[in-house]
Design a protein around this ligand. Structure first.
Ligand code: 1CP
Length: 345
């Protein structure tokens, strides 16, 4: 039993008095209590130690009072389990050694038994559930196949992932073989997260918008659809195709319970595109949390009015920025939690 089940109610489209709130990337990045742990253990040690996963995952629940926890881990643990060599470099982010350059490089990636290679994640989930003790639901997650291809081909973060996009157009068969491989591993991975106890899952397609409408239809959408269809029998699925406003209508038929909306997409447009059927999540510009509590409150109220309080999960339009002051993040959470119909005149 979960004491605060607002998130699950909104995902199921049930009536609520106010929307639930959580923030993408709430578990790492900006909390000083996380930064202290960061000095002691390297990144993948933090991900692979169940007690640390549980501690970090619970920080925003304890310190900010969010309505859901998201597991502390990373989308890159899947390519790592498939055999990619990944370093997390201070101030630089992930670096993948020997990125995929040619079609035959796709064969280097394995399809591992996730119960072994990613067993530490499932142990982390169990440790986290114990620590949460039923206070709020736990969100599991994975990266979408296209977004993982971006890192595997580019070898690092990038503003435009030009090499990844070029690889897809130059070698479409190899790209699809790679995307299919990642999809199979991701479905097994998320199913085991559900078995370990997560209450819903989010699929991060952070670079979906870079493909444009035609590229998205070819290289991103089919795999999001497959994952949502395979997982929706087990738990509610949230898809976050950042920047892909043109893909919203077709994702309605994927079985996903909710779609995450970025701040460059209009709430009214997103409601119309999804036929008012699905739950929507988002979409405050993360930069608003760098302002002040009064501005945050005003912008948050406007956002809830634009989406409506039903079938809605208040969140940011992308991950919280590392330099966000804790009191501003708290102001955002409290603004949503103090929502009442009487604001709307
Ligand atoms: O030392 C550190 O603290 C490293 C920073 C860090 C953290 C805290 C990385 C490296 N990953 C994470 C955790 C993480 N990543 C979570 C856990 C929960 C949380 O923070 O609330 C989640 C959900 C992610 C997801 C993730 N990783 C995404 C998708 C979401 C998004 O922000 O778009 C992506 C694209 C990544 C890749 C990644 N991992 C880390 C970095 C710095 C990056 C981005 C690299 C880049 O493209 O520049």
């Amino acid at each position: 039993m979960i004491q605060n089940d607002l998130l699950l109610k909104s995902l199921q489209g049930e009536p609520v008095n106010r929307p639930p709130v959580w923030m993408m990337r709430q578990a790492g990045r900006f909390l000083p209590s996380y930064q202290r742990l960061r000095e002691k253990y390297d990144f993948f040690t933090r991900c692979q130690t169940p007690e640390l996963v549980a501690d970090i995952t619970c920080l925003p629940v304890d310190e900010l009072g969010v309505d859901a926890a998201i597991l502390f881990s990373d989308i890159l643990v899947v390519p790592q389990a498939m055999g990619a060599h990944i370093d997390m470099q201070e101030g630089r982010g992930p670096v993948i050694h020997q990125p995929i350059e040619k079609p035959e490089d796709v064969n280097r990636l394995e399809e591992p038994d996730v119960t072994h290679t990613l067993g530490y994640v499932f142990q982390g989930i169990r440790a986290t559930l114990e620590k949460l003790n039923g206070r709020v639901p736990l969100i599991g997650f994975a990266g979408a196949p296209w977004t993982l291809l971006c890192y595997l081909v580019e070898g690092k973060g990038s503003a435009g992932f030009e090499q990844a996009r070029a690889f897809c157009y130059r070698y479409p068969d190899a790209a699809h073989a790679l995307l299919e491989k990642i999809t199979r591993v991701t479905i097994a991975y998320l199913q085991h997260q559900v078995k370990a106890g997560v209450h819903c899952v989010q699929v991060f397609d952070s670079w979906a918008g870079l493909l444009g409408p035609e590229g998205f239809r070819q290289f991103a959408e089919p795999y999001l659809q497959q994952i949502a269809r395979s997982l929706s029998a087990f738990c509610p699925v949230i898809l976050f195709p950042k920047g892909a406003w043109f893909g919203l209508a077709s994702l309605c038929h994927s079985g996903a319970a909710a779609i995450g909306i970025d701040w460059q997409t209009d709430a009214g447009f997103a409601r119309k595109a999804t036929n008012h059927q699905l739950t929507l999540q988002g979409n405050l510009d993360p930069v608003v949390l760098l302002t002040d509590p009064a501005t945050i409150r005003r912008q948050t109220f406007r956002m809830i009015q634009a989406f409506g309080k039903e079938k809605y999960i208040a969140n940011l339009g992308h991950g919280i920025l590392p330099q966000t002051p804790v009191e501003n993040a708290r102001a955002f959470v409290q603004a949503v939690q103090s929502f009442s119909e009487s604001w709307i005149d």
